[in-house]
Design a protein around this ligand. Structure first.
Ligand code: GDP
Ligand code: ZN
Length: 361
């Protein structure tokens, strides 16, 4: 066999390989046909890196509002994206980094580094609320409304699941004046600090700690969560001069019951964004599993139980229950564990759904 032939054969083999590759490429980019594999895809076909980049700040019936170079404009959503949308419910989300054509049509969605999701109304599908969020600001108050540790833990787990960094903000500290409530506050801070979570104590009305919060938000994309009445709108209004309605009526239309449904990114003066999620100020967890719950209560593993699969409920010689009775585990933490374990998949699932639907936001 001559060298030339070798080369020739190799050449043709390469050629074949190339044309196979080209064919595959053409098939992959031909979005007129919907393929099974599309179902799990969140990233669209090959990227034309010469196209300019922008950020999706809102999505409406007309298309997506994109921010690029300090301007906001409407972009249409191309055919292939619409097709995928049918399968994955919402393939494009607020916070997406995209590339757009000269005709202002979205050509590509960049890979996401984080996501915030919840169950849709049917309870069966995952619904993206927003993506590429850096941190979840979990706002709580000790008095009016009182602490709800299970709800807080639920937010923490949901945030971590989407690769979002949780930060706890205790608002209304002006209402603490010694006594039981202050004790509860200290216990709460101590047990969540142990988890390594940043905790900020603030008072919106007394302007305590607001600067520290603003510097945490600077140049980041943050989502606020927490039950209604804890002061989320107030603290954003006070810190940034926004005009969000106080008292839980924000975003309601004149009919009072109908809420707008899509999230949007609001620019923060000084840099950064916050996600405004009308009607879903709080977010539930998509398929919370028992493993995720025990992962969140990882400090329980320090205590030895008689049974290796001990659920720490009423088992004999349970290390967690004795640590609880000896005050080594906070009752706040244990109560929350019980609530979330009850709700986790594989537990009493129906109850979990019911609770989630009625969860205050
Ligand atoms: P949201 O539902 O979480 O957005 O809460 P709002 O911002 O609507 O606040 C609920 C109520 O808490 C309002 O009456 C606020 O005036 C009040 N509030 C907010 N922040 C503070 C605070 O730091 N201290 C006290 N005492 N009240 C506050
Ligand atoms: Zn146990």
């Amino acid at each position: 066999m001559s060298r030339e032939f070798d080369y020739e054969e190799e050449f043709h083999a390469q050629d074949k390989k190339k044309s196979r590759k080209d064919r595959r490429h053409a098939q992959e980019t031909d979005r007129s046909k919907f393929k099974k594999t599309d179902q799990n895809k969140t990233v669209a076909p090959p990227i034309d890196r010469t196209l300019p980049q922008g950020k999706v700040v809102a999505i409406s019936g007309e298309g997506a509002w994109v921010e690029a170079n300090g301007e906001r404009f409407l972009c249409s959503i191309k055919g292939f994206l619409k097709k995928e949308k049918v399968q994955a419910k919402n393939i494009l989300a607020v916070g997406d980094l995209i590339r757009y054509t000269h005709e202002h049509s979205i050509a590509h969605i960049e890979e996401r580094y984080s996501f915030l999701a919840r169950r849709d109304v049917s309870g069966k599908k995952e619904q993206l609320i927003a993506v590429n969020i850096d941190q979840a600001i979990i706002v709580v108050s000790v008095v009016n409304p009182e602490l709800k540790p299970a709800l807080i833990d639920r937010y923490i787990i949901a945030a971590k699941k989407g690769n979002i960094h949780p930060i706890i903000v205790v608002n209304k500290i002006d209402l603490l004046n010694g006594g039981e409530e202050e004790k509860r506050y200290r216990e709460f801070v101590a047990s969540y600090e142990k988890l390594g979570l940043p905790i900020l104590s603030i008072s919106t009305t007394k302007l305590i700690g607001l600067d520290a919060l603003s510097s945490l938000l600077k140049n980041k994309t943050s989502v606020f969560s927490g039950q209604s009445g804890v002061g989320k709108s107030s603290l954003l209004n006070t810190s940034y001069g926004f005009n969000l309605r106080i008292g839980g009526l924000a975003h309601k239309t004149s009919k009072g019951t109908h809420t707008t449904t899509t999230a949007q990114l609001i620019s923060l003066p000084g840099g950064g964004y916050c996600v405004d999620t009308p009607g879903v100020k709080s977010f539930g967890i998509w398929k919370l599993t028992k493993e995720e719950v025990s992962g969140h209560f990882h400090e329980f593993a320090l205590y030895k139980c008689k049974y290796p699969d001990c659920a720490h409920i009423n088992e004999p010689q349970c290390g967690v229950l004795s640590a609880l009775s000896e005050g080594e585990i906070s009752p706040l933490r244990y109560e929350s564990y019980r609530t979330l374990m009850d709700e986790a998949v594989g537990g009493s699932d129906n109850r979990a759904k019911k609770k989630e639907n009625h969860e205050p936001n």
